[in-house]
Design a protein around this ligand. Structure first.
Ligand code: SAM
Length: 268
């Protein structure tokens, strides 16, 4: 079934990061990656003109969407009637309480071709509600997905990757060229899957301390940990956590950052 509808007459709005997907093959790959199962509670961020929304509805029958652009709400609601039951939340996604969307039980599954100017805030907002989220499938800038999935030794391994991987399993799924969108973005895109780890599995004792260690360690990534972390601890504390103080942040595993932060939390 076509995802285009004559009711969508508005031009794409740059300030809302609107790049509408039109490549059928890519849309199918996203729906296959999500693979909705009976009983799943799917929530799409930024449905736009419904490129992913309607195929998901055709497959699953019901869906909640969060869209900020008021000009899209009416055409979306109208066009959705032919596909299934659509609940539309007209709000800034950063103001949406994902935990409340579970209605107090179970978890939601998030999907979205995200507005790229808001990708990091949306990711960190989702992490705050990680216990309410079973998984996330997001289209983002490829460069951001590369950073999210990178490990030690990679040039793009940094704060974003460590913070996300501490709370989620991160898998880069496939790349998407600019021509798959109207209008085409200036950069390549990629689809990523994030699956929040079960609470407590990685053992972060103090989330603020962990975030501070990762922030300072990568704040000056060419410095040794001893120097980069000098505001938080001395070399002896780093050594006591089983890490070489003369190592640099880009060489340190996520689990090592957790151990160091836990050691500092226990001794402060
Ligand atoms: N899902 C559609 C597609 O794939 O064609 C549209 C994707 S477009 C890249 C991003 C969508 O997010 C747009 O519909 C835009 O209006 C919406 N959006 C932008 N900022 C938002 C916000 N703060 N909260 C909710 N939706 C937002």
């Amino acid at each position: 079934m076509s995802t285009r509808n004559h009711a969508f007459t508005e031009p794409a709005k740059k300030h809302l990061g609107q790049h509408f997907l039109h490549e059928r093959g890519i849309i199918n790959k996203i729906v296959q990656a999500v693979d909705p199962q009976p009983g799943d509670r799917l929530v799409e961020i930024g449905p736009g003109q419904g490129a992913i929304t309607f195929p998901l509805l055709d497959r699953h029958g019901e869906l909640t969407v969060i869209e900020f652009d008021r000009d899209l709400i009416f055409p979306l609601t109208e066009a959705a009637r032919a596909h299934g039951t659509l609940e539309v939340i007209h709000r800034d996604v950063l103001a949406v309480d994902f935990t409340a969307l579970t209605g107090g039980e179970g978890q939601i599954r998030l999907v979205g071709n995200l507005p790229y100017n808001l990708s990091s805030p949306i990711l960190f907002h989702a992490l705050e509600h990680a216990a309410a989220i079973r998984d996330m499938h997001f289209m983002l800038q490829k460069e951001v997905v590369d950073r999210m999935a990178a490990g030690p030794g990679s040039k793009v391994y940094g704060r974003l990757g460590v913070m996300l991987q501490a709370y989620c399993h991160v898998t880069a799924l496939f790349d998407v060229p600019p021509g798959a969108f109207r209008p085409p973005p200036k950069v390549d895109s990629a689809v990523v899957r994030l699956v929040p780890r079960a609470p407590g599995t990685i053992g972060i004792v103090d989330a603020d301390k962990f975030a501070a260690v990762v922030r300072d360690a990568f704040g000056q990534r060419r410095k040794t940990l001893r120097n980069a972390l000098s505001k938080l601890c001395d070399g002896a504390a780093i050594e006591a956590a089983g890490i070489r103080p003369d190592a640099r942040a880009e060489q340190i595993e996520v689990t090592d950052f957790v151990r160091l932060a836990n050691h500092l939390a226990a001794s402060s």
